[in-house]
Design a protein around this ligand. Structure first.
Ligand code: HEM
Length: 237
């Protein structure tokens, strides 16, 4: 998410728009706070609960979802407990025999034109701004529609084994992103460009695919933004 957001800095002022959202939507307070270690200086308190971010920072939420669309390649594995027929498009049927091992590759659904449209390969967070819209209307099922996205987008799996750690992961991510956006500049190293590191070989059990070689050869320069030099950070759910 750090890479996707900060590398698009120049495209449509994304970082500036996110900074405004975070400033207005997530900052709960700023001032001395003795309950925070080193809090004799200024402490900025950020609210990072899902409901808060969803309501107040729609673009940040959309960036989070779009980054997940690119990076989550989890393979869910199940065993068919009995003969089961699945109906596909155009009336095709598929028989899963009892005892068959079924592997559901989340990253495939995240990358199909049929669901996302022709710009499936682009980082375009705005596509998610319509995710919570109703299902009615013309083209409601077509690529890029709220319905198609909801069917294909499963970064945390679903059903009985839906990821129980999703809110925890979300809060951590928002704490990091909110802090970086408000308090820091993130730029490529001198003379380097924003090249997305390749993805590491995918393991069956990894949800989020890591960068190739643990990101070796890829670095960024992180500096404090003027006006935020001395602050410390605290996070609330
Ligand atoms: C962005 C971060 C994360 C992503 C994308 C993610 C994704 C997933 C997915 C797709 C599944 C379903 C696997 C399946 O269907 O077989 C899953 C399950 C699970 N996740 Fe996560 N996860 C994340 C973070 C976490 C964290 C932080 C924790 C724990 C603190 C966690 C704990 C678990 C556990 C225990 C399961 C198994 C649930 C079950 O089988 O009933 N996950 N996760």
């Amino acid at each position: 998410m750090v890479w996707f957001v900060f590398s698009s800095a120049k495209a449509g002022g994304l970082v500036e728009r996110l900074r405004r959202e975070v400033q207005e939507g997530l900052v709960l307070g700023r001032g001395a706070d003795e309950t925070v270690e080193g809090g004799e200086g200024e402490v900025v308190r950020l609210g990072v609960a899902v409901a808060r971010v969803e309501e107040r920072c729609p673009l940040l939420m959309a960036c989070y979802r779009e980054a997940q669309r690119f990076t989550v390649h989890q393979v869910s594995t199940r065993v068919a407990m009995k003969d089961t027929v699945l109906s596909g498009k155009e009336g095709k049927e598929y028989l899963l025999k009892e005892g068959a091992v079924v592997q559901l590759v989340i990253g495939v659904g995240h990358a199909m034109r049929e669901y996302w449209g022709e710009d499936v390969g682009e980082f375009r967070p705005e596509r998610f701004l319509g995710l919570n819209e109703g299902r009615k209307g013309e083209g409601a099922d077509g690529p890029g529609s709220a319905r198609a996205m909801r069917a294909a987008f499963q970064p945390f799996g679903g059903g009985l084994h839906l990821c129980p750690g999703r809110q925890f992961a979300f809060a951590e991510l928002m704490a990091v992103m909110g802090t970086l956006l408000l308090g820091f500049e993130v730029e490529p190293l001198e003379g380097a460009d924003w090249n997305l590191p390749g993805f590491a070989t995918r393991s069956l059990v990894d949800a989020v695919t890591k960068p190739a070689n643990n990101g070796e050869g890829f670095g960024v320069k992180v500096t404090r933004r003027p006006g935020w030099e001395g602050v410390r950070w605290s996070y609330e759910l």
